[in-house]
Design a protein around this ligand. Structure first.
Ligand code: SIN
Length: 287
């Protein structure tokens, strides 16, 4: 799947990603009202990854609903809309509008590491988090995925709360809170100072999170964080993910990364004598 992130507001972009071989696409997060986001610089390249603090820029669900409708008519893969809000009602309203426009599922962003009063501020308050998930669940009749933050003491504890509240699947992980400083100007590079690290640098963290969550809950897990080639994807499957999302690697590998990863997984299964990808989901837990 395309991970929610830097790409994903126009129907055209989502289609080009699906043509690249993605099995599903997740939009960038959308809220109830339009939001400008932070001023530039909003992305910085660091060793083995990107740090971004875009600030959840989005046109608001009413305008974005047009793109969802357009994408839904041409896309041949499931369309998952990433949703954020400032209260349980807001999450539910945005999710309802997304589904009415044609979303096949929603992914709740309760993990953006740097926007006040939403994202990980909701995701770290277990009482509010449970209310958000159950409100959205009772409002829409489509699967509800919840994207979790790694910036917590125990991601498995949070996964448990979210699953008890009704989540159908979990996406692990969102970005890792990070920063970069310009040695010439001596100040932080991002306008927001702090952002979220994605890409290969966070793969071992994401993998450990998926492994921990798999030990604790029974819903499907979507691994996300640094998947760049088939071997990364296989690692996530062995840790317990049933699917993976790819985001940052599109910048380095292009949209063809989806086909390359799927092909590599198929070859791996063949060489190892597995009949289905299902046979390797969580296989690393057997010992
Ligand atoms: C952003 O828009 O700044 C990133 C969103 C996220 O990390 O969830």
């Amino acid at each position: 799947m395309l991970a929610s992130g830097i790409l994903g507001y126009s129907a055209e972009t989502l289609e080009s990603i699906a043509e690249g071989g993605a099995g599903a696409v997740v939009t960038k997060s959308v809220g109830l009202k339009p939001r400008k986001g932070y001023t530039n610089p909003t992305v910085v390249q660091v060793s083995c990854g990107l740090i971004n603090a875009m600030g959840l820029p989005n046109p608001g669900i009413d305008e974005f609903a047009e793109e969802i409708r357009e994408a839904r008519t041409s896309l041949e893969v499931p369309l998952i809309v990433s949703v954020y809000g400032y209260s349980e009602e807001e999450y539910a309203t945005v999710a309802r509008k997304a589904v009415e426009a044609g979303a096949d599922a929603v992914e709740l962003n309760v993990s953006c590491p740097h926007v006040k009063e939403t994202g990980s501020e909701i995701g770290q308050d277990l009482e509010i988090l449970a209310k958000v998930v159950s409100k959205v669940k009772s409002t829409i009749n489509r699967p509800v995925f919840v994207k979790l933050s790694p910036n917590v003491t125990s991601i498995a504890d949070i996964a448990e709360v979210v699953v008890k509240a009704g989540a159908d699947a979990l996406t692990a992980i969102n970005t890792v809170k990070a920063m970069a400083i310009d040695t010439e100007t001596t100040i932080p590079i991002l306008s927001n100072r702090v952002g979220g690290l994605s890409g290969q640098a966070i793969k071992p963290i994401a993998l450990r999170c998926v492994y921990d969550i798999y030990e604790r809950v029974k819903v499907p897990i979507i691994g996300c964080g640094g998947v760049t080639d088939w071997r990364d994807a296989v690692e996530f499957l062995l840790a317990g993910a049933s699917a993976v999302q790819i985001g940052t690697a599109i910048a380095t590998e292009g949209p063809g990364v989806f086909k390359a990863v799927s092909h590599g997984i198929e070859e791996y299964l063949k060489v190892k004598g597995f009949k289905s990808v299902k046979e390797i989901v969580g296989l690393s837990h057997r010992s």
